[in-house]
Design a protein around this ligand. Structure first.
Ligand SMILES: Cc1ncc(COP(=O)(O)O)c(C=O)c1O
Length: 396
């Protein structure tokens, strides 16, 4: 008999031409100008190593004291983070710890969705969603973002795509890779749509602390969804991965908001989901008060790097009218518009082969058509500037 696998894992796992070109580039040795590098632990930032290691080896972690929501000491640290960063007061009982934001999504998909249920998700956005949805048997239904002096949600299309199977709307705030924040007006409209159709609002705020347009943004332009009124079930997701620049620590959370009666049901059900896995480890939970309290040191270095790389790139692009950078409010990524003379993959491969420069074609993030490039703004400044110079030389 032939071995059978689940349909949900029926992915096309053949190596793409892009992946093969990247492998050849790396295998060949020599310098690589990786404009996709977004791992903060390998981009030359200073981490308080001794303090982090001490925080991870507290004697309390030798005791197993499981709590489905996560240890109170860690949830209290998350509540303090919100009080400081967003001024939201959140009871620790409404916070659930997970090992990653991806796991947080998965808990929420399982809480709200039966197989075949639909989740509305912005396009362009973060590519991991496809796999998460497959694993949880939910169907992603894109709602478009459109660009007109900045990014906006196409709420008319979003509404038209709601069906009886729709369970939630996902918002990434600020979005990856478009780098825009959901406006207060958009939030209000989203909430009324969700209220009318009984949908939950899942808000991924992993990049919330990396707003860069603070000088010209209006009041509340970057407000967290943890603040204000919550007429519908609203989940704010974030984690150490971006907040403390520590993706390897595997600690994230869900903070739940909404009408009291609904929240009780949410908390009771989420507790069972979390209790089934008890996935977050004790050392990182005991370290969370320290890792969150000291987050600003790494955050400041990251903001500084992002600002510097953006400024350098803008100076370089001033002499290259064929390439333009789209408006950017926050996060770690930038989007470039380039002449659509070939497919996104062909362009990215050409950049690797001719210039030793690595970029992501826009279609990885669901951009329609060709002529979009997505870049990380975290690479070390000299490597970034050289990479952009080579990109311009090859395209413009
Ligand atoms: C928008 C967004 N959400 C979530 C994540 C993943 O975070 P985690 O490491 O907590 O799963 C990323 C990682 O790049 C991201 O860009």
């Amino acid at each position: 008999m032939m071995q059978k696998f689940s349909r949900r894992t029926d992915w096309n796992l053949e190596k793409t031409a892009y992946a093969a070109a990247l492998e050849r580039l790396r295998a060949g040795g020599g310098p690589v100008f990786d404009l996709t590098a977004s791992n903060p632990t390998t981009c030359g930032f200073h981490y308080e190593r001794a303090g982090i290691l001490r925080a991870l080896s507290r004697p309390e972690c030798l005791e197993y004291a499981p709590d489905p929501r996560g240890l109170l000491i860690a949830r209290t640290a998350v509540a303090e983070y919100y009080a400081e960063a967003t001024s939201a007061q959140i009871a620790a009982e409404r916070i659930f710890l997970t090992t990653s934001t991806s796991e947080a999504y998965s808990y929420l998909f399982r809480l709200h969705c039966d197989p075949g249920a639909e989740i509305l998700i912005a396009q362009p956005s973060y590519p991991l969603f496809e796999f998460l949805a497959d694993l949880d048997d939910v169907r992603l239904v894109p709602y478009p973002l459109f660009y007109d002096h900045g990014w906006h949600l196409d709420l008319a299309t979003l509404m038209a795509r709601i069906t009886p199977r729709t369970r939630a709307v996902v918002v990434v705030h600020p979005n990856n890779p478009t780098g825009h924040f959901t406006s207060q007006e958009e939030r209000r409209l989203l909430e009324s749509i969700c209220q009318e159709h009984g949908l939950a609002l899942i808000v991924d705020e992993v990049f919330l602390d990396y707003a860069l347009d603070t000088a010209d943004a209006g009041e509340n332009a970057h407000a967290s969804f943890s603040t204000g009124e919550h007429p519908v079930l609203t989940y704010a997701l974030s984690g150490l991965s971006k907040v403390a620049g520590l993706p390897q620590m595997k600690a994230a959370w869900i903070a739940a908001f909404g009408p009291e009666r609904l929240l009780e049901a949410v908390i009771a059900r989420l507790e069972v989901i979390a209790d089934t896995f008890l996935s977050i480890n004790a050392p990182v939970q005991h370290a969370m008060p320290y890792l969150l309290a000291t987050r600003s040191e790494v955050q400041q270095q990251i903001v500084q790097r992002v600002r510097e790389n953006l400024a350098t790139m803008d100076r370089q692009l001033a002499g290259a009218p064929a390439v333009s950078r789209l408006a950017f409010q926050g996060g770690w990524y930038a989007v470039l518009r380039v002449p659509a003379l070939m497919s996104g993959d062909a362009l990215a491969i050409r950049l690797m082969e001719r210039e030793r420069v690595v970029v992501h074609p826009g279609h990885f993030y669901g951009f329609d058509g060709d002529g979009w490039i997505v870049l990380s703004l975290l690479p070390p400044t000299a490597e970034f500037a050289e990479g952009i110079a080579r990109l311009i030389r090859s395209i413009a």
